[in-house]
Design a protein around this ligand. Structure first.
Ligand SMILES: [Mn+2]
Length: 325
């Protein structure tokens, strides 16, 4: 028998994100399962994307083991574990080569996965023979939230499920402190219990009030134009943060077109209503590409400078005509 050893583990995971938090829970279980004779202490760090290169700082990698989860690859000498499911995980060929030079049973990337949480759990089972089936609730919610697979616009907007309120609290407050409070609890208590706890309810209440104000602004600024809910927020600077709100307010709309501006940009966001009355007949990413933007079949965006507001309105008019044709 090996004597019990102490090991420190740093887990850098996607911050302000349900899947990032859940990934850290599942990774901790995997690690404990693999090193059951070891007394491991875990420190969780929240990684966030910002303008610039969004690398994980090398100064964070101070553990005996260091993991990056659900976040862009960073080629760091002390990195020992990596899991991610983003197609955009590798910024450069050099990053990919670094990843491929690491031991193959310590680094996993699969862009086909709905959530990184699911990737870690499946790897634990298939690669290491560890069954984490008791975390099924956490896995299912991570899949649903990361793919926005909600049953209805109402579910996405009203957030009656405690798990969706926990998601909202994480989006606002999911920093190092919050992760180091929540992850140990989720290792001991069921997800539903943690999500329903007073700490989460207290933090959700002001978020709910702000969301209500956002929805009122969306309603006020939106007109139905044929099959489209067209929302012009150009009069006042600010990002749109209630992305499913339009489909809840205008359930008959097949598409949404939202114009907004911040000090740095004017933005047109286009989406298909997955709960709407009609099938999608347009490739939204293609439409955006023709106007200098990009995206996927169901969602896309075009960014222009805030000085080009007149041009932005012209583009909106062209897009409304095309989506209604
Ligand atoms: Mn994810």
């Amino acid at each position: 028998m090996n004597p019990i050893r102490a090991r420190s583990v740093v887990v850098a995971t996607h911050g302000h994100c349900f899947d990032g938090m859940a990934s850290a829970v599942v990774f901790t279980r995997l690690y404990r399962g693999l090193y059951s004779g070891t007394e491991a202490t875990f420190t969780y760090r929240a990684c966030d994307y910002s303008p610039g290169d969004s690398a994980v700082p090398t100064t964070w990698m101070t553990g005996d083991d260091n993991a990056i989860l659900d976040f862009r690859y960073t080629a760091l000498p002390n990195l020992t574990w990596y899991f991610d499911h983003h197609a955009t995980a590798f910024r450069t060929e050099r990053d990919r080569e670094h990843f491929e030079s690491r031991p193959p049973d310590r680094r996993f990337h699969n862009a086909a996965y709905p959530s990184c949480t699911r990737l870690i759990a499946d790897t634990a089972r298939d690669h290491f023979g560890l069954d984490l089936g008791d975390l099924d609730d956490l896995l299912c919610w991570a899949d649903r939230i990361d793919t926005a697979s909600f049953a209805s616009a109402e579910e996405a907007v009203r957030r009656e499920a405690p798990e969706l309120r926990l998601m909202s609290v994480l989006e606002h407050h999911g920093n190092d402190t919050m992760l180091n409070m929540l992850i140990p609890r989720l290792l001991r208590e069921p997800l539903r219990e943690v999500a329903s706890s007073e700490e989460i309810q207290i933090r959700y209440a002001p978020i709910a009030r702000q969301r209500q104000r956002n929805l009122e602004r969306l309603r006020h600024c939106t007109q139905e134009r044929g099959h489209i809910a067209f929302c012009d927020l150009g009069a006042e600077a600010g990002e749109v943060i209630e992305k499913f709100g339009l489909y809840w307010l205008f359930p008959q709309a097949t598409y949404s077109v939202i114009l907004c501006r911040t000090p740095g940009k004017a933005k047109i966001s286009i989406g298909f209503n997955p709960w709407g009355p009609s099938p999608r007949r347009h490739h939204i990413g293609e439409i955006c590409r023709r106007h200098g933007g990009g995206g996927h079949p169901v969602v896309g965006a075009i960014n222009l400078s805030p000085q080009q507001l007149a041009r932005v309105h012209e583009i909106c008019a062209e897009i409304l005509a095309e989506l209604n044709s």
